[in-house]
Design a protein around this ligand. Structure first.
Ligand code: GLU
Length: 498
């Protein structure tokens, strides 16, 4: 049996969308499950759409997720098919385009941009849309309509010609997709796509993609649904070259949380979640948030992505990468789009946070504390982490949950003060606090006197934390100590008007 070889083939046109990361992930899982290779190929032949930094971003994103290629751009290991950056392979493609011309499957096209524009405008004025295909190519300037000498002359004198695929007439392309099943497309709906351009001596996506998949011995093409319309052309290209084709699987789209349509950065901005793995600053300076910077754990992100379109067929939701590899198969990938649920994404992170050791979380929390100007003993921080981790979704929540264990409140929530800072409560609270040595004793003290426990406790809590909610008084007092508690109460008495 042929070795399983799959590739992730992004174009470096901007930050990698989370849908792109999912495509990479499914390729990776499929390769590992089948003992094969996962290759990272950079498809950068469209120089107009090239964005500086995008390639590095892709590599860093995959790295962060633990989706590590066996071969490809940025890989140190054995790279038998190098280079993997198409711009560095430019010399390879022309011969293949010419092979197709020689076989009658493609032709040279000499129409200038203006001529094509004119043809387009003409068609439009007659209510048609212009496409370069069997019905129009006979009236255009190409090697099918010009004489051999003319063609030779133009090939040398001009540098703006292209090689186009000669889309066959009257055929139904029969295709099979692992996810979508059998598909048929009539060639009359397809056009003569440009395969190679003399102007920059570069192939277009279609040619480069097929040539490289062939040369890199790709066994399965797993990619986003948006490439499905290109499939008939790709089938015909393989047929024209006489090459064995890989198997294809087109993944469902990631959909907006509400409504229909593709998940976009705009949805993220609107609803407050990232759509990119890492923060990205565009060359124009526009900033997009990333899962990493928002505090997601990479394994939580991978887990949530895995389940957007793939269904393990069981109730299990939490999967390590190894478990994903074990469980993954393309026949459990759905046909219809997967709706992204930002709350569910958070749920995954919360679950992963709970699974982290207190020690690891402490290491992550220490720099957050320093950023708030707090220097605290690690062992103390670890105890606090152990106490609060169940309440947090992100490590950054630790600060919001427990900041008052590290410093005294500087202000008090108005409405809580209005409700609980009343003279009779303050008197009881002051007495209970000063007459006892621990929270436990204090509670006893209040109970014995049949004082209103809730009111007194909330009054104390307000003094200690600045509001009437948060951790239990016993925990707060244990961490800040009795002296500090008394000091905070005294300060509250100074600052709060009754
Ligand atoms: N370069 C294409 C992209 O940006 C690759 C599509 C494919 O996998 O064939 O997605």
């Amino acid at each position: 049996m042929k070795r399983t070889r799959v590739r992730f083939a992004p174009s470096p046109t901007g930050p990698l969308h989370m849908g792109g990361v999912r495509t990479a992930l499914y390729n990776y899982l499929f390769a590992k499950k089948n003992g094969g290779d996962f290759i990272l190929r950079i498809e950068d032949t469209d120089s107009h759409r090239f964005v500086p930094g995008a390639e590095q971003y892709i590599i860093e994103s995959l790295n962060w997720c633990g989706i590590i290629p066996d071969e490809g751009v940025g890989v140190d290991g054995p790279n038998p098919h190098a280079p993997y950056r198409q711009s560095e392979r430019r010399g390879i493609y022309r011969q293949y385009a010419e092979q197709l011309v020689n076989g009658g499957f493609a032709y040279y096209a000499f129409d200038t941009a203006e001529e094509l524009e004119k043809a387009r405008a003409e068609a439009e004025s007659e209510g048609r849309t212009f496409i370069y295909n069997a019905t129009t190519r006979g009236k255009l300037r190409n090697s099918l309509t010009l004489s051999g000498e003319e063609v030779q002359e133009l090939l040398t004198s001009r540098t703006d010609w292209t090689i186009r695929f000669r889309m066959p007439e009257g055929r139904t392309v029969q295709m099979d997709d692992i996810i979508r099943g059998h598909i048929e497309v009539d060639t009359s709906t397809l056009d003569d796509k440009v395969l190679w351009k003399r102007a920059d001596e570069l192939p277009t996506y279609h040619l480069a993609n097929i040539v490289d998949d062939h040369l890199m011995e790709i066994s399965h093409v797993i990619r986003g649904e948006e490439w499905l319309p290109s499939l008939p052309l790709h089938y015909l290209l393989y047929e024209s070259f006489g090459w064995e084709r890989p198997l294809f699987a087109h993944l469902p789209l990631l959909l907006k949380p509400v409504g229909n349509g593709k998940l976009s950065k705009r949805d993220g901005d609107k609803m407050g979640f990232p759509v990119f793995p890492l923060k990205w600053v565009s060359p124009e300076g526009e900033v997009s948030r990333g899962y990493r910077e928002d505090g997601y754990f990479p394994d939580a992100f991978v887990n949530l992505l895995a389940l957007l379109g793939w269904n393990p067929g069981t109730e299990q939701e939490i999967f390590s990468m190894d478990e994903l590899i074990e469980a993954f198969s393309l026949d459990k990938v759905g046909k219809s789009g997967a709706k992204f649920n930002p709350d569910k994404a958070k749920w995954f992170n919360k679950e992963y946070l709970r699974m982290r050791s207190d020690q690891e979380l402490t290491e992550l929390f220490m720099p957050v504390l320093s950023a708030h100007g707090i220097s605290a003993e690690k062992s103390r921080v670890q105890e606090i982490v152990a106490l609060i981790k169940e309440r947090a979704t992100f490590v950054s929540d630790f600060w919001d949950i427990a900041w008052y264990l590290f410093k005294a409140p500087e202000e008090y929530v108005q409405k809580d003060a209005a409700k609980f800072w009343k003279s009779e409560n303050v008197l009881m609270a002051r007495e209970a606090l000063s007459a006892t040595a621990s929270a436990h004793e204090m509670e006893e003290y209040i109970r014995e006197r049949e004082w209103p426990m809730g009111k007194v406790m909330n009054c104390i809590r307000l003094a200690l934390t600045g509001s009437s909610n948060g951790l239990g008084i016993a925990d707060i007092m244990r961490f800040i100590g009795r002296e500090e508690a008394l000091e905070r109460f005294r300060r509250a008495e100074e600052r709060l008007i009754i």
